[in-house]
Design a protein around this ligand. Structure first.
Ligand SMILES: Nc1ncnc2c1ncn2[C@@H]1O[C@H](COP(=O)(O)OP(=O)(O)OP(=O)(O)O)[C@@H](O)[C@H]1O
Length: 227
């Protein structure tokens, strides 16, 4: 049997803060090409969990394997490279470089992942995402939010990741743009057999996902306030 692309057992993450906040995730998995909608109350630890799965943060205890690699024993730079090469990340804050064009933003992400991509492949990807050719060379800050979202998806897909992690990616969009965004994400991920772990407060789309997880069944957030 193949291992899930995300495979968590007995994970514990302690914030380095006075409140001694700890997130515990006994068990969680995402299968290859599976789409998972993750829901939870504000402050329940959704973003923290995604930061751990992306390798932005490192848990102190337990096991967190992504695509067969144990992230808890990697150094920060190893996790950065692993993320760049294997995980497409789309956060609410798109983190595009504002003065670079769509094409340059994607090239930069590929350079960081030590992978090469041709300009014509970038154009094909951007066209697939319905970004008009006329804006390919404009800087990101000259584009609409919806266009910037498309670049963020293209950048997340450029390295052909097996997993996309999206943390409230639609919260800055109006309903029509948000619906378009989800459709695009599913279309492109479906064509490439990419798994999706998607966090949102908006449950309208939950039914479209293969699995619907809730933080209260998945994790415990403990806080011991210092006296
Ligand atoms: N850098 C930090 N240092 C200490 N505690 C933090 C830090 N970031 C988050 N927390 C705490 O961890 C808990 C989980 O936060 P997190 O951002 O993961 O929740 P969330 O479910 O994503 O919330 P929301 O839906 O409001 O974005 C919160 O109680 C928060 O106060």
């Amino acid at each position: 049997m193949t291992e899930p692309i995300v495979n968590i057992t007995g994970l514990e993450f302690n914030f380095d803060d006075k409140s001694k906040t700890r997130l515990c995730v006994p068990k969680m998995s995402v299968e290859a090409a599976q789409t998972v909608f993750l829901q939870g109350d504000s402050g329940s630890g959704k973003s923290t969990l995604l930061h751990l799965i992306c390798g932005l943060w490192r848990a102190q205890k337990g096991s967190l394997r992504v695509l067969g690699q144990e992230l808890t024993t990697m150094s920060g730079s190893e996790r950065d490279l692993f993320r760049a090469q294997n995980i497409g990340v789309i956060f609410q804050k798109l983190n595009l470089i504002p003065y670079l064009s769509a094409v340059e933003n994607i090239q930069l992400a590929c350079q960081f992942a030590k992978q090469s991509i041709s300009v014509s492949d970038i154009h094909t990807l951007l066209e697939k995402l319905n970004l008009p050719r006329s804006v390919f060379q404009l800087s990101a800050n000259q584009l609409s939010l919806g266009q910037q979202q498309r670049i963020a998806i293209a950048r997340a897909l450029a390295n052909k990741p097996k997993l996309i992690i999206a943390d409230e990616p639609t919260s800055a969009l109006d309903q029509d743009n948000a619906d378009d965004f989800i459709k695009l994400l599913f279309d492109v991920a479906g064509q490439t057999n990419t798994g999706i772990l998607f966090v949102s407060h908006d449950t309208r789309w939950a039914a479209q996902f293969d699995e619907h997880l809730h933080m209260r069944e998945l994790a415990v957030l403990e806080r011991q306030l210092a006296c």
